[in-house]
Design a protein around this ligand. Structure first.
Ligand SMILES: NC(=O)c1ccc[n+]([C@@H]2O[C@H](COP(=O)([O-])OP(=O)(O)OC[C@H]3O[C@@H](n4cnc5c(N)ncnc54)[C@H](O)[C@@H]3O)[C@@H](O)[C@H]2O)c1
Length: 371
């Protein structure tokens, strides 16, 4: 038997809601593979509260560079506000650490390309947290679609209809282009359309609208898109924080079955359904049901997949071109909404105003407001 790899030394940057509530339980679930050795936060009261919560010997730091120099961690988990992600990810990569960074990985394609350059220079990898890819229901659906078992994908709906109030947007980094990168397109719906892209493969063309209907934000509070995929399938995408009846949904009609996921902030096997077309034999459809082993979508499942890649020394899932494709979709949705023109995959390159900033880096630009 191969010797068990050493426990990986992990540091967290940012000790707020997502790191305390989701990354810490994930680290605990993988306690035989990881050891939390350090935490960074500029807010000392949060740092202290996190150290109490984590227990054990967690060294506290108020700066990322000081932590990286002193600790030299194997893996860094980042859960700070989005405008800090690029800089902290690049710093960790330069120090030789792998990174698992909260979504959005960064604020623009230009920032992503900085991260890609740092990956290449260091040999380490940066993944973005999209935990919904990693539940057993999503893994199974992807295998069924990719194998052709459900027939050709034809029509899809991707819906993130959530509700956020004024208190939510009172947090200074939210709803601003320079600090969050956008509204529900970047912050909320990104989970669902990342899963849609994961299930359907590369997108080819996007048309979109965005508006700011309720909140006192810089960025949109709702966006909608029409998407054509490389495989010919058409999809609608809705990203809203204005919807009292909250739901997250991905539905894909293939030639032989409709696969549908309905959940809110996380899914289990029971949240997936397969409805066969009338011509499909019952015994064939019976084989589609999700496997008995129920792995909920979670940071724990994604961290496990990343540690498997670390042990194997291979690029982790959710990094590189996969991470870039989802960010490029966000940029394309914004460009299409702001220009009123269709946007094609690959067109947002250096020199395009939507390459360095999701809103086209135009100070006067705002999505069309309610008349
Ligand atoms: N994957 C998910 O489902 C999910 C859910 C919620 C939030 N998020 C993402 O997680 C990130 C953080 O969100 P949150 O709700 O935890 O925010 P939060 O405000 O609760 O936590 C952010 C923490 O970062 C700290 N911080 C700020 N500047 C820092 C710096 N320079 N160095 C170190 N620490 C610093 C803050 O003091 C705070 O403790 C965001 O990118 C958000 O989009 C992801």
């Amino acid at each position: 038997m191969a010797p068990r790899p050493a426990r990986r030394r992990v540091a967290v940057i940012g000790t707020g809601a997502i790191v305390s509530g989701s990354h810490l339980p994930a680290l605990r679930a993988h306690a035989d593979r990881v050891e939390l050795v350090a935490a960074v936060d500029v807010d000392l009261s949060r740092l202290d509260a996190f150290a109490d919560l984590a227990g054990g010997e967690v060294a506290g730091f108020t700066g990322t560079s000081a932590m990286l120099d002193a600790v030299r961690p194997d893996l860094v988990l980042i859960g700070t506000p989005p405008a800090l992600h690029r800089e902290q990810t690049v710093a960790a990569l330069k120090a030789g650490a792998w990174v698992l960074c909260e979504k959005p990985l960064c604020l623009s394609l230009a920032e992503y390309d900085d991260i890609a350059a740092a990956e290449q220079a260091s040999g380490a990898y940066a993944s973005v947290v999209f935990q919904h890819r990693y539940g057993s229901g999503a893994v199974h659906a992807r295998e069924l679609i990719a194998s052709g078992e459900l027939g050709a994908p034809l029509v899809a709906h991707c819906q993130t209809t959530w509700h956020r109030d004024a208190a939510y947007y009172a947090v200074p980094w939210r709803g601003r282009w320079s600090t969050e990168g956008g509204g529900p397109t970047m912050g909320h719906g990104i989970h669902q359309y990342d899963l849609l892209l994961h299930l359907l493969g590369p997108w080819a063309e996007v048309r979109a609208m965005a508006a700011r209907l309720v909140h006192d934000t810089e960025s949109e509070d709702v966006s909608t898109a029409l998407v054509r995929f490389e495989n010919g399938a058409l999809a609608t995408v809705v990203n809203s924080v204005l919807s009292p009846d909250e739901v997250s949904r991905v539905r894909i009609d293939c030639a032989d079955a409709t696969v549908e996921l309905t959940h809110l902030y996380g899914h289990r096997n029971d949240d997936w359904s397969y409805t066969p077309a009338r011509h499909v034999a019952p015994e064939r459809a019976a084989a589609w049901s999700t496997p008995a082993d129920d792995v909920p979508s979670s940071h724990t499942a994604q961290l496990g997949a990343l540690l498997d890649a670390y042990d194997a020394g291979v690029r982790p899932p959710g990094s590189g071109p996969e991470a870039r494709a989802t960010l490029e979709f966000a940029a394309a949705l914004y460009k299409a909404a702001f220009t009123g023109q269709p946007v094609h995959a690959g067109e947002i390159a250096p020199g395009d105003p939507f390459y360095p900033a999701m809103h086209g880096d135009h100070p006067d630009w705002a999505p069309k407001e309610r008349a």
